[in-house]
Write a protein that binds this ligand. Structure first.
Ligand SMILES: Nc1ncnc2c1ncn2[C@@H]1O[C@H](COP(=O)(O)OP(=O)(O)OP(=O)(O)O)[C@@H](O)[C@H]1O
Ligand SMILES: [Mg+2]
Length: 197
């Protein structure tokens, strides 16, 4: 995974921090503590599906009860591929044998991974927003983590969440993708910032 860009982090890169005088460094550290940013965005280049799966394995251990992850991007961008890698990683060793089909037609699939219930949703075919209630997504968040493709169909999203936008790069048949991860809220900002990608 190359080309890591921390776009709006207030954490200074080490080379810049070294150039600051001591009081300035102290002030910036205090600002860092007092004004934890509300959002943090990281962009990653993913050369192929193996890189996408590797990202999924890195993200999987971060997930906990009540987490909402929004997966956005064009058809075929790799939202399901990334969700599959996350879910399989949560099963631990041998998890790659777990069947994780796309929820395109079922709208939701649930997975009782060893430590976390994961609901994988795809709202692309959601006809009426009222049908949302029947899917039980509120309960799914109370009981575990929700990974959601096409979250824009919902019209609203939890304030605290991780947004992942996957974009196809280059020719349509090419395997390169860019993943843009945006943490919303202090809990996700802290976790994304701590992630060494
Ligand atoms: N770098 C990559 N990351 C993920 N998938 C890739 C990559 N390169 C190629 N692919 C291929 O792209 C396709 C991604 O399909 P996937 O079902 O994950 O897309 P999706 O974003 O979930 O689409 P949809 O909106 O239809 O649900 C798969 O066929 C996968 O093999
Ligand atoms: Mg999909």
């Amino acid at each position: 995974m190359a080309a890591l860009v921390r776009e709006n982090s207030r954490f200074l890169p080490p080379q810049m921090a070294d150039k600051l005088t001591f009081p300035a460094r102290f002030a910036s550290m205090r600002a860092m503590k007092d004004n934890m940013p509300e959002t943090l965005t990281i962009s990653l280049s993913l050369a192929d599906e193996t890189a996408t799966r590797a990202l999924g394995r890195r993200l999987a251990p971060l997930l906990a009860l009540g987490d909402f992850v929004a997966l956005t991007g064009d058809l075929g961008a790799g939202k399901t591929a990334l969700a599959r890698a996350i879910i399989q990683a949560r099963y631990g060793a041998g998890g790659e044998d777990e069947d994780v089909p796309s929820p395109t037609f079922t709208l939701i699939q649930t997975y009782e991974t060893p430590d976390l219930l994961i609901t994988h949703a795809d709202l692309y075919r959601l006809d009426e927003p009222e049908d949302l209630r029947e899917l039980g997504l509120g309960e799914a968040l109370d009981e575990g983590t929700v990974l959601m493709e096409w979250p824009d169909r919902m019209g609203v999203a939890p304030a605290n969440r991780l947004d992942i936008v996957l974009s196809l790069e280059g020719a349509p048949a090419a395997t390169a993708r860019v993943a843009r991860l945006t943490a919303h809220g202090p809990s996700w900002v802290r976790r994304l910032n701590a992630l060494k990608l």
